[in-house]
Structure formats: structure tokens, C-alpha cells
Design a binder for this molecule. Sequence first.
Ligand SMILES: *Cc1c(COP(=O)(O)O)cnc(C)c1O
Length: 461
Amino acid sequence: MGKELLRKLPKVDTLLHNSEVQKAFENTSKALVTEAVREAVDSYRKGILQGDIENFSEEDIISSFNLILKDKNSFKLKKVVNAAGIVIHTNLGRSLLCEEAAKQVENIIKSYNNLEYDIEQGKRGSRYSHIEEIIKKITGAEGALVVNNNAAAVMLVLNTLCEDKEAIVSRGQLVEIGGSFRIPEVMKFSRAKLVEVGTTNRTHLYDYENSITGETGVLLKVHTSNFKILGFTEEVPAEELASLGEKYNIPVVEDIGSGVLVNLENYGLSYEPTVQESIRKGIDVVTFSGDKMLGGPQAGIIIGKKKYIDAIKKNQLTRALRVDKMTLAALEATLKCYLDEKTAIKEIPTLNMMLTPKEELKKKAVQLKRKLSSAPSHFKFEISEAFSMVGGGSMPEEKLTTWVVKIKSSKLSSVEMEKLFRKAETPVIVRINSEEIYLDLRTIFKEDYDIILEALKEMGE
Ligand SMILES: *Cc1c(COP(=O)(O)O)cnc(C)c1O
């Protein structure tokens, strides 16, 4: 039986003459089409040998070929719908750029520009100069520099100020962020020697002071972005650490993580230290991400006292960690929004999504549910209040009240639905909560409603 079926399998060369395959040649290279035909035939051969396929026609192989070719022609990095409600989802690309930033990127990349050209002087300029003024203006710092990401920023700062010297850090702040950023490892790469002080839950000013020696290069403070230690705890406030550094003439560096530039307490969220506060309290060098709560492109922003920023700019590593014009264009446009706080809240998607009022989310839930009424009849929808997370290792305790559309099916389990949503033409990333599928309206755009409906239709009647 199997052998007979195998014999029935058409040859690749024969299939190349099939009219649909011939049509594919019009806009795809011969090599790619042939590869797709071969893979389609191979998959049938495998299926026959494994006993999964008991019969087939040439059309079956051709439709398999079409799917394979479509996949080969599609972009691997592509749009997905974030229905999980996590605003800064590192796996889904973190922050979305605001409209102005997207436009400015397009502007800059399609034409020549003054990236490293000083138009006034008519000579070579610095790529960092375009963005330094606006960062200084918003943060109140004396100097600024932008590198690839915050991990690079921390490494560069430590390498510049603390190579072969000791960096004193509280044991309560030896954090790991997303598995790949760990303070002790970053120290090793930057060739700074880690000196741990205090305990996991409590570190006092005297712990730092008692460990200062002639070898001390920096006092390092790290924001414990993605976790909170509760109960009997103590951290040294920024201003006290800054004074201690000043007393001994040792720079105080803070990795503040998320780069919050507006006081979120004014908008009903819990307290989160702002970049401006750290500078005001006298921290010498502060580093933060561009694509977390700041809401811009991936970048690591370093700000602080001019003498330290100047030294960092001269480090050879800076060249290896430098940012592209696309990043600079996007970051400048994003930061421009912050010149007026209201504009920032309105225009920057990350802030906007974090602060969307629940009444508005409820309205969207009603709209989405209505839209989904034409989905296959085995799906049942219900709207409900729930909680969403900020994500990106930011504000781990903040529970944002949101509205969701819950989906049940008489044919598919939640696990099956979650998988089929992921495999849709445009993948939809959902959340499963106590065995139920949740579509969280906080991160779903109106343009996504049709995509979600399509995904449900693809799951079949
Ligand atoms: C997120 C984070 C980092 C890493 O930043 P990237 O921009 O992802 O490199 C480092 N430190 C802290 C405290 C963070 O929260």
C-alpha cells in the first residue's frame, strides 16, 4: 500500500510543468520555486512512510506547495496583534513608536542627512550632537550620550569610570533583567570589580562608606525594576548616596532601568522614580532604556555631569555601541513630544496605553464583541473587567484595570485556540487566564478587530 502510494508521487521535474507552479515563476526565483516543490513532495513522502497519508492527488501537493512558497516569500519579522494586554512586551518588540517618530525615521532614511556633518561649520560633526540638547533640556543633566541599549550603557559607563577598580553595589540590587542582563555579568564584561555590601533586604549608608577604599571606582545604584522586596527593607536614598560620593570624590552611577520622564503618580499610577529626580538628587551618571516606559526606539541613554559624559564619549567602546540614524531620528521625535507633557501622554503609544481610562477600554470591548458576532457559531464571547500589566520589567506590582473579551468554544479548548491564534495569517498573541482566552483591549487597536475576526474564521466552522 505504502509502496504503491510512493510510486504515485509525482517527480519534482514533472510538477515544475504544472500550471500553478509555472505561474509562480512569474514573480519568484526558479531556485525558490523548485525548493518549495521539493519540500512539498518530501512532506508527502514522509507522510506516506509514517502512514499518515493514505491517499492524495496532485492538487493536494500543489496546495501544499502554495503554502510553503507563501511562507518562503513572507517576511520572518512581521506584525502581530498584541491581545495579551502587556504594554511593554519585550518578546513583541517593546514600545511602539509614535506617529511623528515613524514619519521622521522614514524622512531621514530616504534622503541624505547631516548625521555626522556640521552644517554651520561645513565640516565633520558628531552624530550625538543632534540629540544631546533635547535630552539635557528634558532631564536637566549637563551632558548626554546615546548607545545601543541600556545594557550597553551600563557596561560602557562602568568600563569608563571603573575599569580595574571596584564598584560598590547593594546585595539587594544585584538584579537580573530578562535572563540576559545580570549586574554581576555586566561588571565582568566592563572589567569592574564587584564589591557587594549590605544584605538582600537591608543596606545602609555605612555599608557603602565602610567599603570605600583607594580602589573604589564608582558607587552603583540599580533600580530593581522587575521585582520588589517587601517587609523589613531599607535602601539608601539617591541623595544620600550622592552626598557620600561627593564626600569621597567618587562618581555615583544609577541604572534606573525604564526611563520614566513624567511623574506617573499624577495620572493615578503608583510611584516610579523619574530620570529628572535622579539628576536633581545629585546622581553623577544615570542610564536608562529608550524603549521601555520612555516609549521610544531601542536605545541606552546615558546622562549626567559633563566631565563624566566627556570621558565616556572618548571610550573606544562607544564606537562599537553606537546607534544608527534610524534610532536617532526616532528618539529625537519621541523626545520632542516630552517638551509638552500633555502631548507626550497623548502621542506616545506606551504612555497612552498605560493610561487609557477603563471606560474607554469597556467601550472598545463592546465594539470588539459586536464585531466578532459574525465569527463561526461555536465561539461564545463575553466582556468582563480584568487587569493588565505594564511589562518590560517595569512596575511589576501595578495592576491596571482593563476590559477584556473572553472567548469560549464548544469545539476547541483554550490551549488549542491560543495556538491557532498564534498560527493565524497575522498572529494574534492572547492571554490565557484560568483556562479562558482573554483579549485585552488595552493593547488592541481598532484596526486589529478585523484581524482577530479573520483568525477566528480561519479556525473553521
Ligand atoms: C531593562 C533594564 C536593563 C536592560 O535594558 P535594555 O535596554 O533592555 O538593555 C538594565 N537595567 C535595568 C534596571 C533594567 O530595568
